[in-house]
Design a protein around this ligand. Structure first.
Ligand code: MG
Length: 239
């Protein structure tokens, strides 16, 4: 079910920016192969509330903040918004279930991509809907030097998470770049939507069950079938 429509050629809807000054990079499913663990943790927590859900639906919510995901499920299943207290408690429970699982692997190709960007003087900003200290904290250990102090936007920094463009607009502000000088790197349709709405050139990497056509529909300018394929193509794209 992986994206295979472009055989890794990453054909672009519009030209890759001539002068990229910053790469705005998602974390879960992009730098860390963490989505299966997140989906299992969400499924366990939501099932315990007596709500019927499927494992796969949580891949579709990827990119949203935890609070927004809980609110969406409450509105749909219980016909009311979640309270602030429920959002905090249930997200903490989900995070606990995530942390009980084995350590998630680093996404193959991610380190190479970050090294290429650093080597070309492209600023890197992490842009994640996550608020999980455990996973965010791993980045410094797994990708030393990849993200400078302060070059990070998490769920705590924004009032409207992905698919709203706010996280990516804030990341551009931190990097001091215009949308025309930035590239967003994402693995989830809601994140791609946020990137596209920010005006930045948006690259989607399909690292899970979501198809290329969904990434294109969300507004991806370019789609790669794996992070390794993107890491292979990146030196050529940067010129
Ligand atoms: Mg992601």
């Amino acid at each position: 079910m992986k994206a295979d429509e472009n055989n890794g050629r990453g054909e672009a809807r519009r030209p890759f920016p001539a002068s990229v000054k910053a790469a705005l990079i998602d974390m879960d499913g992009t730098l860390l192969d963490s989505m299966p663990s997140h989906a299992r943790a969400w499924h366990r927590m939501v099932s315990e509330l007596g709500i019927k859900c499927s494992l796969d639906e949580f891949f579709g919510y990827e990119g949203m903040t935890g609070a927004a995901t809980i609110d969406l499920i409450f509105r749909r299943e219980l016909g009311r918004p979640a309270t602030e207290r429920e959002k905090v408690e249930l997200y903490a429970r989900k995070t606990g279930y995530f942390n009980e699982q084995p350590r998630v692997p680093v996404m193959p190709g991610a380190a190479r991509m970050l090294e290429t960007l650093a080597g070309r003087g492209v600023r890197r900003v992490l842009v994640t809907g996550s608020g999980q200290k455990s996973t965010i904290g791993r980045l410094a250990a797994e990708f030393p030097g990849a993200f400078e102090e302060g070059m990070m936007v998490t769920s705590r920094d924004v009032s409207r998470g992905k698919p709203d463009p706010e996280p990516y607009l804030l990341a551009m502000e931190k990097a001091g770049v215009l949308p025309s000088e930035a590239v967003v790197i994402e693995n989830a349709p809601l994140g791609v939507k946020a990137g596209a709405a920010s005006g930045a050139f948006t690259v989607a990497v399909t690292t899970g069950p979501i198809r290329e056509s969904e990434m294109r529909a969300a507004g991806a300018d370019m789609v790669f079938p794996s992070m390794e394929a993107f890491a292979d193509a990146l030196p050529g794209l940067l010129g």
